[in-house]
Design a protein around this ligand. Structure first.
Ligand code: FAD
Length: 289
């Protein structure tokens, strides 16, 4: 199918893009990598009257890496972030998760910020942002606001981006010392959206005891489901922590739905299995083993 008719805008600067979006209001949509939006237009699941293409805004194709974390501009492609050694050194979970996103050809076009704005609960990057406690910077003419991940994902395919706003960047906090992360998922084929997935973060103190253990679950709720399992792990060294109890705690907290790909029970079961694996991996990384 062909998309419904729309007016196409190709701004040359951020200011022009913000003006075009403000003018279009609720009838406008941002076109970034187009990997989700174009299929939705072709299937007539979206019918914006105005499409504001940000692909000429090279000022948004940025990756700012510092000791505090990584700020990813709205036009940084998945592949650019995935291949950056500086990003991997500061926050390795980004690379690990991006390798599970679709296929290389899609990662060459798709953008990290676009994936966040799209807010698909089956996508990896929203879970990463939610787990790490990152944020998304939104702009409209003369106004900029930072929205924490906990408030950013509102529902399936629904984010805090309002009509007339552009998500200009996203911030992913750095991995702290004595911390480890991991991403585990099960998909029918590599590159498919996951039936279930887990991003995990484990932090240790100077005596290498667990001070916090958290997961973010993919594909088992309307938004990424963040579960703190520190109490279930028991403030012990990773080798004696009760990872099975932690996994049960995660499984208990999710409320997946049955669809054509998997039953709710199977997704819940997968969530527990993957949570235990990801937590163990993250703890291993935290100990430097
Ligand atoms: C075959 C296939 C398999 C895929 N598999 C996966 C997968 O396994 N995991 C996964 O996470 N993703 C997957 N994707 C989606 C892919 O990662 C997309 O790149 C991503 O979801 C959207 O990024 P984009 O830049 O292409 O956004 P677009 O498609 O351009 O936009 C998506 C939505 O976000 C909005 N938007 C985009 N950028 C902004 C912005 N800066 N400000 C405000 N709104 C914005 C758009 O208006 C639109 O509503 C897959 C896609 C395909 C085609």
């Amino acid at each position: 199918m062909k998309p419904p008719p729309f007016d196409y805008h190709a701004p040359r600067s951020l200011g022009e893009a913000l003006d075009a979006l403000a003018e279009a209001g609720e009838h406008g949509k941002v076109l970034a990598g187009g990997q989700s939006l174009i299929p939705m237009l072709n299937m007539r699941l979206a019918a914006p009257a105005h499409l504001v293409d940000i692909n000429r805004l090279s000022e948004l194709a940025t990756l700012d890496v510092g000791p505090d974390g990584v700020r990813v501009g709205a036009l940084a492609r998945h592949a650019q972030v995935e291949r950056s050694e500086r990003v991997a050194a500061v926050q390795p979970l980004l690379r690990e998760a991006l390798r599970l996103v679709a296929h290389p050809v899609i990662r060459n076009r798709g953008t990290v910020v676009g994936s966040l704005a799209h807010a698909d609960p089956a996508a990896e990057l929203p879970a990463v942002l939610a787990l790490l406690g990152g944020s998304v910077r939104l702009a409209r003419p003369g106004v900029t606001r930072d929205v924490p991940a906990a408030d950013f994902f509102v529902g399936p395919l629904e984010s805090a981006v309002e009509s007339g706003e552009l998500a200009v960047s996203a911030f992913f906090p750095a991995l702290l010392p004595r911390s480890g992360t991991a991403f585990r998922e099960v998909a029918r084929r590599h590159g498919d959206y996951a039936l279930a997935g887990i991003a995990a973060l484990v932090r240790l103190d100077d005596d290498l005891r667990i001070t916090s253990a958290t997961v973010a679950c993919v594909s088992v709720g309307p938004v990424p489901v963040v579960v703190d399992v520190t109490a279930a792990c028991g403030h012990r060294p990773p080798a004696t922590a009760d990872w099975a109890s932690a996994a049960w705690a995660v499984q208990d907290r999710v409320d997946p739905e049955t669809d054509i790909h998997a039953t709710a029970d199977y997704r819940r079961h997968l969530t527990g299995v993957l949570a235990e694996q990801a937590l163990r991996d993250a703890a291993r990384e935290a100990t430097g083993a």
